[in-house]
Write a protein that binds this ligand. Structure first.
Ligand SMILES: *Cc1c(COP(=O)(O)O)cnc(C)c1O
Length: 420
């Protein structure tokens, strides 16, 4: 399948593009529901849905209708003016999440940046932290985007290497350890920013009771609990928010990815009233944030989450997929973990890298992406059927069997060469 190197579009990408990605060798041209199609018309099951951005499947007719109808009416006019689309979108966002108010942005990183600004200003104006001293705690292993401030508190050496100096005012505590959080809080701590399930870190689910404990600690110390649900939110883990699994409401919340219906970048920072009240005209903004096209598509996506019961579907299909993966009990698999349809399969590095597994899966008509070298991520559109899940599991079994045989053969030839 190294036809990709001969593909003229890929050659142009390689010649004229920055090499900040290392795409898998497939050239996509079309998407429909849970399927993607390459330039030769070959069909693949999409088992990663653009890092959860395509939760509703590719080209969902209701979302395409919302997009095209609004595009023909009014797409972008800036927040210099009111529109008839923004209010209904924000109202629905607050209704669905139980938060007081929302600030629309475009990308997930911008939503997190907005959260950081809100938390700092709240710390100065409400909590009474001395000027310039506000401090934000984050969880080790976090992923919150790629801006210079955000990478400054990343635990990933590569994300930081060569990009400093970094924004001060952050420090990290181990993820899943409530006692460590409490011990790190000082009178200057404004907020704790945490993903309820860590996505890019390798689909890490914290111990049961962690979110509840975090909520209690934050309340007790007057520290804002900010949940970064850019990836875990909007049904992905089997509840509207991953925080709902423990009945916890954060003080601040970031959403993105699926909020754009798989069509546009749409994100938001949501918060309780006294936190959002810190923003006054001129404090913060975005040329594209909250534009009528994004608002119309975002509203349609939120409506679809409810009308199609996607969170419940994700819970049921996620349980089924997880059970099937565990039942496979494959010797190449170290662990299967996750929540809802956000699942990570830890591959034994002695058998193959997760990247090798993903490359082999292409030949079986399944597309997904490794994360953290050893983890194969499975995060299909929430609309995936059981029959389609069965196809993905069978493909994975075939690929892992093949890689086991290959590593056994390699072991035998290594033993033979050592004996020779
Ligand atoms: C993807 C992600 C982001 C960043 O979103 P972008 O749209 O890529 O900027 C932030 N937080 C979490 C948890 C994410 O998974």
């Amino acid at each position: 399948m190294n036809t990709t190197t001969l593909n003229p579009a890929v050659a142009q990408e390689n010649r004229f593009g920055a090499h900040n990605y290392h795409p898998l060798p497939v050239v996509l041209a079309r998407g429909e529901g849970v399927y993607l199609f390459d330039t030769a018309g070959r069909r693949y099951l999409d088992m990663m849905s653009a890092y959860s951005a395509v939760s509703f499947g590719h080209g969902h007719p209701a979302l395409i209708r919302a997009l095209t109808e609004q595009a023909q009416r009014l797409a972008v006019c800036s927040r210099a003016f009111h529109t008839d689309q923004l209010g209904p979108f924000l109202a629905k966002l607050c209704e669905v999440t139980g938060m007081h108010s929302a600030l629309p942005m475009n990308t997930g990183a911008e939503a997190v940046e907005t959260a950081v600004k809100a938390a700092r200003k709240w710390a100065y104006k409400v909590k009474g932290v001395p000027s310039g001293q506000a401090h934000i705690l984050v969880a080790a292993g976090n992923f919150a985007g790629r801006t210079t401030t955000i990478i400054g508190f990343s635990s990933e050496a590569q994300y930081r290497d060569g990009f400093g100096p970094f924004t001060p005012g952050f420090s990290s505590v181990p993820f899943g350890d409530a006692a460590a959080l409490e011990a790190a809080i000082t009178p200057h701590t404004a907020a704790f920013l945490v993903e309820p399930v860590q996505g890019e870190a390798g689909i890490i689910v914290p111990p049961a009771g962690y979110l509840k404990a975090v909520r209690d600690i934050c309340t007790r110390h007057n520290v804002l609990m900010i949940a970064d649900e850019v990836q875990s939110g909007l049904g992905r883990t089997g509840k509207t928010l991953a925080c709902d699994h423990e009945g916890v409401r954060p003080d601040g919340l970031t959403l993105g990815k699926a909020l754009g219906g798989g069509l546009l970048p749409v994100s938001a920072f949501l918060a309780r009233a006294d936190v959002m009240a810190q923003f006054t005209p001129g404090d913060h903004g975005s040329t594209f944030g909250g534009n009528p096209l994004a608002a119309a598509v975002g509203l349609a996506a939120l409506n679809m989450l409810e009308t199609e019961n996607l969170a419940d579907l994700a819970l049921a299909q996620g349980d089924y997929l997880m059970t099937e993966l565990r039942r496979m009990n494959h010797p190449a698999v170290v662990e299967v973990r996750g929540k809802g349809l956000l699942i990570g399969i830890e591959i034994d590095p002695a058998v193959a890298s997760a990247r090798t597994v993903c490359e082999a899966l292409i030949h079986e008509g399944v597309l997904t992406k490794d994360t953290h070298h050893t983890v194969v991520r499975l995060a299909p559109p929430l609309t995936i059927s059981r029959a389609q899940i069965d196809v993905a599991v069978a493909a994975l079994r075939k690929v892992l069997d093949g890689l086991m045989n290959r590593s056994k053969t390699m072991d035998r030839s290594l033993t033979a060469s050592l004996q020779a």
